[in-house]
Design a protein around this ligand. Structure first.
Ligand SMILES: *[C@@H]1O[C@H](CO)[C@@H](O)[C@H](O)[C@H]1NC(C)=O
Ligand SMILES: *[C@@H]1O[C@H](CO)[C@@H](O)[C@H](O)[C@H]1NC(C)=O
Ligand SMILES: *[C@@H]1O[C@H](CO)[C@@H](O)[C@H](O)[C@H]1NC(C)=O
Ligand SMILES: *[C@@H]1O[C@H](CO)[C@@H](O)[C@H](O)[C@H]1NC(C)=O
Ligand SMILES: *[C@@H]1O[C@H](CO)[C@@H](O)[C@H](O)[C@H]1NC(C)=O
Ligand SMILES: *[C@@H]1O[C@H](CO)[C@@H](O)[C@H](O)[C@H]1NC(C)=O
Ligand SMILES: *[C@@H]1O[C@H](CO)[C@@H](O)[C@H](O)[C@H]1NC(C)=O
Length: 739
């Protein structure tokens, strides 16, 4: 948050405190001297409200029935097929951009347009890999997937490449680096394995792939080869008797996982415009991208083709018990490979390309506030799962709201829909949009709802800001889980059990972690014990796979559309915004109490600032728990009063009107107060005090990252500085009262 915006927020809070005093005073006058004074200056809004008699619960039920009725018909499979025919790398898929824009219009969105930015991108030109023995080539992987007759889109041959990997042609001995995590590299160094000048062979899993390449580069390695180990597929493998795709649910052994090699936990978005964005025609400076993308070349490879390479490490160098997997003929020795070398070649065109987001909206009664629903439209292959299960579900949601709008229904605030470009390269479309419009978003955006991989299996997964817990769980209670008698809520509780915290890896990142906008990411994922393997970022993430294995009747696509439709409806159809504060307080308390603060930092000493700060923070967390409990109780009370509007006196209605405005302002800006303008050490772009992409994980979130990282780094000074910030944030949150 800039100082100016911070001041604006404080100003807003002050305004509302002042405003409330004024209201109470005015209401007393009203009670004493009658109506004349008041009706001299009512807002139009108030007049309408006083005259109409909305029964909000009935209103919600009516709208809900229209939405669910529309979604009784399920076109998700039709959209899925349309979307997953063609190649569609970020910045290249103009036909699909047009198609989506057209559908947005046709299904009833207003003000549709294409929102473009220019971004640094990379596109594959050539690649190559050779295994050499004593200088002679003994094996040349093809680096392409098998074309399958059953799966028509597998004919699109997409090169094996990693977005933003460096250009280079390197020949060197290679080393097996397990998952390539920070800890794995630490252990390799401890074991004395020579890494400098070698090529890293790293299996997928645990962390974001770009960070694997980053850590390899930081250890002086000259290239990276990322492979898929079916060990990480769990139960559903050929070794356990399952047939491989297309004959069965196990992974096709030729599947290659493409993806971005950006260092996602540093800064997402265009790597040459951190924190800002450039629209076509604008002249702004670009910075060097190498803080966030690798210089070394890197390639992905299939399980089948890595086998002869890894087998040559057998018996060479040390072994770590927990580093084993399923590659035949490989004993998971680390190497180096000594008499064998790899020649790894990757060449891409790096250029500045126009990327295109598609936007559209349903205008609310109050068009100065909105909720945003987004999904990306680019992918590595013509992917039915990532993202087009999301694209299909989102068009279904738009279709349902289009039907609802035809009845004359208007949401209380605007609903904006977005199709983001270049998410796969590093969340580029959403990040550039949100950086460009950050002031507007911070002021007007109430919540961001993300779908991406919306349905590739039967298990509902939800990660969200705690402000949204209530609306997410309430909506889940209103739907039946497909083909069952239990509710979606019961399914969720008996499977995932709880709403997780957001890290990174999809388009919510900028909204939550840079701008402090309450966000959620939701989708149906696979059951690792029995679901068909989702062949992520491979050519087999196809319509055929989806139809045969992923979601054959598109029922989970449909369930997701119904679910998000109700979440949206709750957010835009109730007079009191359906955000609740108490879960945030308990979340912050538990994150804080889970920190493993070194005892020597907080021992009893006179004037030990850390000890004192911890005490203050604990007190403020306790107050926050009580205050937010009261906030939420008042919110329920006001919601009830709205439902009982008919029976309220004019005096009560006026009072409720102003209470509602004040409450909604508090709810809209509550999470903004968690922004820390300083950002995280070494990655200032991440400004949310409670949530960030883990610096060593990328995907997985880190709670209270500033504090947790200072502990990890044994840096008491940084820890103390972040405690000061936390105390201030808690002070501000304690002022966000709903009375
Ligand atoms: C949707 O797909 C189904 C099955 O392929 C087909 O029968 C139906 O006609 C399609 N509907 C539309 C509106 O395209
Ligand atoms: C997209 O639509 C516009 C306007 O209809 C047209 O000019 C353009 O050629 C289309 N582009 C593609 C790739 O279909
Ligand atoms: C490698 O090649 C060198 C010279 O070409 C030869 O002397 C040596 O025996 C070879 N080593 C192996 C293991 O084949
Ligand atoms: C890459 O390097 C190898 C080994 O030095 C060489 O044989 C090959 O021609 C190079 N490839 C390209 C495209 O430069
Ligand atoms: C960027 O490179 C790709 C791949 O070579 C090419 O198709 C595209 O036209 C280039 N874009 C620009 C703006 O030069
Ligand atoms: C749900 O039930 C329908 C009809 O009985 C069936 O066709 C479909 O395969 C079932 N879907 C799932 C996911 O079990
Ligand atoms: C208003 O009060 C009457 C009488 O007490 C009651 O029957 C009715 O249900 C109330 N209306 C609402 C909307 O609660």
């Amino acid at each position: 948050m800039t100082e100016k915006q911070d001041l604006e927020l404080q100003e807003t809070a002050r305004f509302h405190r002042r405003h409330n005093y004024l209201c109470i005073a005015a209401l007393q006058i009203f009670a004493l001297v009658g109506t004349a004074l008041w009706f001299a200056r009512p807002t139009a809004d108030l007049l309408i409200k006083l005259q109409t008699t909305p029964n909000d619960n009935a209103h919600y039920e009516l709208a809900k029935n229209v939405l669910l009725q529309a979604l009784q018909t399920n076109y998700a499979g039709n959209w899925s097929k349309e979307y997953s025919e063609e190649l569609q790398l970020g910045g290249t898929n103009l036909g699909m951009v047009n198609y989506t824009l057209h559908q947005f219009e046709k299904l009833g969105l207003q003000d549709t347009y294409i929102d473009s930015y220019t971004s640094y991108m990379s596109y594959p030109l050539e690649n190559g890999l050779n295994l050499l023995k004593n200088g002679t080539v003994v094996f040349t992987p093809k680096l392409v997937e098998d074309i399958l007759d059953e799966d028509p889109t597998s004919k699109h041959s997409v090169p094996a490449f990693l977005g933003f990997a460096g250009n280079g042609n390197v020949t060197a001995e290679y080393v097996y680096c397990n998952y390539g995590t920070h800890d794995d590299f630490k252990l390799l160094a401890e074991l004395g394995v020579p890494l400098e000048g070698k090529i890293a062979v790293i299996r997928y899993g645990k962390i974001f792939r770009g960070l694997k390449v980053k850590f390899a580069q930081e250890h002086g390695m000259v290239g990276a080869l990322l492979y898929t180990d079916v060990y990480d597929d769990g139960e559903v493998t050929e070794k356990n008797g399952y047939k491989a795709y297309p004959d069965g649910p196990a992974r096709n052994p030729s599947a290659i996982q493409r993806g971005s090699s950006m260092f996602l936990s540093m800064t997402p978005g265009d790597p040459t415009t951190p924190g800002y964005a450039i629209k076509p025609g604008e002249i702004k400076k670009r910075v060097s991208p190498y803080d966030v993308i690798p210089r070394i070349p890197a390639l992905p490879i299939s399980y089948r083709e890595v086998q002869p390479i890894l087998a040559k490490l057998k018996g060479k160098g040390p072994k770590v018990d927990s580093w084993t997997g399923s590659v035949d003929g490989f004993d998971y020795s680390i190497g180096p490979s000594v008499d064998h070398t790899l020649n790894l070649y990757s060449k891409q065109e790096f250029n500045v390309t126009t990327i295109n987001n598609i936007m559209g909206k349903i205008k609310g009664k109050d068009d100065s506030k909105f909720i945003l629903i987004g999904n990306h439209h680019d992918s590595w292959t013509p992917s039915a799962g990532d993202p087009h299960s999301g694209s299909a579900s989102m068009l279904e949601i738009i279709r349902a709201f289009g039907e609802l709008s035809k009845t004359g229904w208007v949401p209380s605030v605007t609903i904006v829909f977005a199709g983001w470009d270049a998410e796969e390269y590093g969340l580029i479309g959403s990040t550039e949009f949100a950086e460009y419009y950050q002031a507007k978003l911070k002021k007007e955006c109430i919540a961001y709802l993300n779908t991406d991989v919306a349905a590739v299996g039967p298990i509902l997964n939800i990660q969200a800001s705690p402000l949204l817990n209530d609306v997410l769980l309430t909506s889940a209670k209103e739907l039946i889980y497909p083909n069952s008698t239990k509710t979606l809520y019961e399914h969720f509780i008996s499977n995932k059990g709880h709403i997780g915290t957001l890290g990174s890896g999809s388009d919510y990142t900028v909204f939550l972690e840079h701008l402090g906008i309450p966000s959620v990411d939701v989708g149906f994922s696979t059951d690792p014990k029995k679901s068909p393997i989702y062949q992520y970022h491979s050519i087999y993430d196809s319509y055929h796979w989806m139809k045969e294995f992923g979601d054959p009747d598109f029922v989970f696509h449909n369930a997701l559309s119904k679910y998000l439709s109700l979440v949206i409806l709750h957010l835009v159809d109730e007079p009191i915004l359906k955000l609740r504060t108490h879960d945030y307080a308990t979340a912050l308390s538990s994150y804080f109490h889970n920190l493993e603060i070194p005892s020597q930092w907080s021992i009893k000493k006179c004037h030990n600032p850390v000890k004192k700060l911890i005490k203050h923070i604990e007190d403020k967390l306790e107050s926050l728990e009580l205050n937010t409990l009261e906030n939420d109780a008042n919110l329920e009370k006001y919601s009830q009063m709205h439902e009982n509007w008919d029976n309220l006196s004019y005096y009560q209605r006026i009072k409720l009107h102003f209470k509602t405005k004040a409450a909604n302002t508090v709810l809209t800006y509550f999470e903004r107060h968690l922004l820390d303008d300083e950002g995280l050490k070494g990655r200032k772009w991440f400004k949310h005090f409670a949530y960030a992409s883990g610096r060593y994980t990328g995907y997985q979130g880190q709670e209270l990252p500033g504090l947790a990282e200072a502990i990890e780094d044994h840096n008491q000074k940084d820890f103390e500085a972040k405690l000061v910030v936390f105390e201030k944030i808690l002070g501000n949150l304690n002022n966000m009262r709903i009375r």
